[in-house]
Design a protein around this ligand. Structure first.
Ligand code: PLP
Length: 386
């Protein structure tokens, strides 16, 4: 049965496999003994390998041990977790925040805490899988609207019976397309129709907005949403996630979010490293400047070569290919030529939109980006993508 399914996936060019990377996840990684330029990581600011984060993680481990031992409701909260929540709330300008062990866990706990049977969820079609799973778990009716299509969203809002509890769910920066949710207009619609909004800012936190506070800062709408979530495993370079909101809302989540209650707290090292990352996000804006500089350079280079992309406004720059087999062939050729950027295929992205999802980080150098562009040119010509 399993092998039959695996054979089917392979025949459809949808089989996935894990690759061993034998080095730190920096701009250059070692795969199967070869050094290649990594163009796929969400470690946008290069913090995952930063000495200050390593030092903080080691110090917390020496002091508090390796594992938290249980859920925080059972064995209590360690100082790194408490400090991280205080600092995250300060960073986000909310009263309070709650840390989860991952973004996936935050979403599957948060959404069922927000809405249940009898409610209605309206979600962007390209929402992250963890949001979709949270919507399904909630028991509420769940409808998707076309990607960023506020006209369709409005008609769904207008058609529902008035006073039906409604939650709109969207990524801030879309994880596979790199484009942005139209937050000001979306929030205005939600206000007009009395719906709540959940923004998942996994890819915005740390890089969007002048201070890196995220997509809400970018659009100037921070004060218009009572809560939102984001993750620590991307620009912050560590792992885990947070929900930021009012003190009452956070207490409510402590009492109701099952993926907070029934799981072991993150390791103290992870919380301490996240604290160090937040500090760097605040004190070293030049990392963000370097990231955006590289992002624009690489984006312009790919466009000059004639590749197709999305309406991306972020360091996520998808090279659209379409057919999964061709996307795989492109990724294989890029890897042979020294660039690691895997093919993203269904079900992660819709049919006929298979792609190479490239990401740029602050750690890449101009020389590396030039070499990656030359590699894309060669692979693109060989495979007739350009
Ligand atoms: C990565 C991601 C998540 C999941 O976060 P993890 O911490 O990796 O579990 C959730 N939402 C979005 C939009 C993401 O891109």
């Amino acid at each position: 049965m399993f092998d039959e399914r695996l054979r089917q996936l392979a025949a459809q060019h949808l089989l996935r496999r894990l690759r061993l990377v034998e080095s730190e996840p920096g701009a250059v990684v070692s795969i199967e003994g070869r050094s290649v330029i990594l163009m796929a990581s969400n470690n946008y600011l290069g913090l995952a390998t930063h000495p200050a984060l390593k030092k903080a993680a080691i110090a917390a481990t020496e002091r508090f041990g390796v594992g938290a031992g249980a859920s925080r409701l059972v064995t209590g909260t360690l100082p790194p977790h408490a400090q991280l929540e205080t600092e995250l709330a300060r960073f986000k300008g909310t009263e309070s925040s709650l840390v989860f062990s991952s973004g996936y866990l935050a979403n599957i706990g948060l959404i069922p805490a927000l809405i249940g049977d009898g409610g209605l969820i309206l979600a962007d079609r390209l929402c992250h899988a963890s949001l979709i799973d949270g919507c399904r778990l909630s028991g509420a009716d769940f409808r998707v609207y076309r990607h960023r299509d506020l006209t369709q969203l409005e008609s769904l809002l207008a058609r529902r019976s008035a006073r039906r509890e409604t939650l709109i769910v969207t990524d801030g920066v879309f994880s596979m397309d790199g484009d942005l949710a139209p937050l000001p207009e979306l929030i205005a619609l939600a206000e007009r129709y009395d719906a709540r909004v959940l923004v998942d800012d996994a890819h915005g936190t740390g890089i969007m907005g002048t201070h890196g506070r995220g997509t809400l800062e970018h659009f100037g709408v921070e004060s218009r949403l009572p809560f939102h979530m984001g993750t620590l495993g991307k620009a912050l370079g560590t792992s885990g996630a947070y929900v930021a909101g009012s003190a009452d809302f956070i207490s409510y989540l402590v009492n109701t979010a099952r993926s907070f209650i029934y799981t072991t707290a993150p390791p103290p090292a992870s919380a301490a490293a996240s604290l160090a990352a937040l500090d760097l996000v605040r004190t070293e804006p030049e990392r963000r400047a370097r990231l955006w500089n590289h992002r624009h350079y690489f984006y312009d280079g790919l466009m000059e070569l004639g590749f197709r992309t999305t309406d991306t406004r972020s360091p996520i720059i998808p090279v659209l290919i379409g057919d999964p087999q061709k996307a795989l062939a492109t990724a294989d050729r890029l890897l042979q030529l020294g660039v690691f950027a895997p093919a993203i295929r269904p079900p992660t992205v819709p049919r006929e939109t298979s792609r190479i999802r490239t990401t740029v980080t602050a750690e890449h150098t101009r020389e590396q980006l030039n070499s990656v562009l030359a590699t894309f040119k060669q692979a693109g010509e060989e495979l007739r993508l350009i």
